[in-house]
Ligand binder design. Structure first.
Ligand code: IMP
Length: 175
C-alpha cells in the first residue's frame, strides 16, 4: 500500500482491532458501571476508535470531543498545548481520555494537566496503541489496546500527512 512517498504493510487487521476494542470496552463497562463517565475523544486521530469503543459501551456515559493544538511557542518553554472545544463541565466527573496512539506521551500528559485544573473526580486514559519505547514521560496507563514498536503506523484514524485515516486496518511503514 502506498501513501505519497512511503510504502506501508498490513500490521493489525480490522478483526484484531475490533477484538481489542471490545476487550477494552468490557473492562470499562465493568470499572465505570456506577460512575457515568465522560469519554473525551481527542481529535482528529481518535474519531474511529471512539466511535467503535462507544458502540461497545453499555453503561450510562457521555461522549465529547476535543482538539489539542500543539505548536512550538517562541518562549523557551517549548511546546504549548491549547484545548479547543471542551464544552462539558467536568468538575467531579470521571473522565476517560480516548486516544488513538501514545508516542512520546507529551500530548496526553499536557491534556491531563489542563483537565486536572477543572477538578474532575478522576482521569483515566484509554489508548488503542502505545509505543512504550518512545515514551518520554511516566504515565499511568490502564487501558491499552496494543503495545507496538517505535515505528510509524497509519490507518484506523491515524494519518500520514493527512492521508489514510479512512483505512479499516492499521499499516506499518515498510523498511
Ligand atoms: P505524543 O504526544 O508523542 O504521544 O503524540 C501523540 C500524537 O502523535 C498522536 O495523537 C498522533 O496524532 C501522532 N502520532 C504519533 N505516532 C504516530 C504514528 O505512528 N502514526 C500517526 N500518527 C502518530
Amino acid at each position: 500500500m502506498h501513501i505519497k512517498d512511503h510504502t506501508f504493510g498490513l500490521f493489525i487487521p480490522e478483526k484484531e482491532i475490533q477484538e481489542a476494542v471490545a476487550r477494552l470496552a468490557d473492562r470499562l463497562n465493568h470499572d465505570f458501571r456506577h460512575l457515568n463517565p465522560l469519554f473525551i475523544g481527542v481529535l482528529n486521530g481518535a474519531f474511529m476508535f471512539a466511535a467503535d469503543l462507544l458502540r461497545n459501551i453499555h453503561i450510562p456515559s457521555e461522549l465529547t470531543f476535543i482538539k489539542v493544538k500543539s505548536y512550538t511557542g517562541t518562549q523557551s518553554t517549548g511546546t504549548v498545548n491549547t484545548l479547543l472545544g471542551l464544552d462539558h463541565p467536568i468538575q467531579d466527573r470521571h473522565l476517560i481520555i480516548v486516544e488513538d496512539i501514545i508516542d512520546t506521551g507529551l500530548t496526553v500528559q499536557h491534556l491531563q494537566e489542563k483537565l486536572k485544573q477543572e477538578k474532575p473526580a478522576s482521569i483515566h486514559i484509554a489508548t488503542l496503541l502505545l509505543k512504550p519505547e518512545a515514551l518520554l514521560t511516566p504515565l499511568s496507563l490502564t487501558y491499552v489496546g496494543f503495545e507496538i514498536p517505535n515505528e510509524f503506523v497509519v490507518g484506523y484514524g491515524l494519518d500520514y500527512d493527512g492521508q489514510g485515516r479512512n483505512l479499516r486496518d492499521i499499516y506499518k511503514v515498510s523498511e
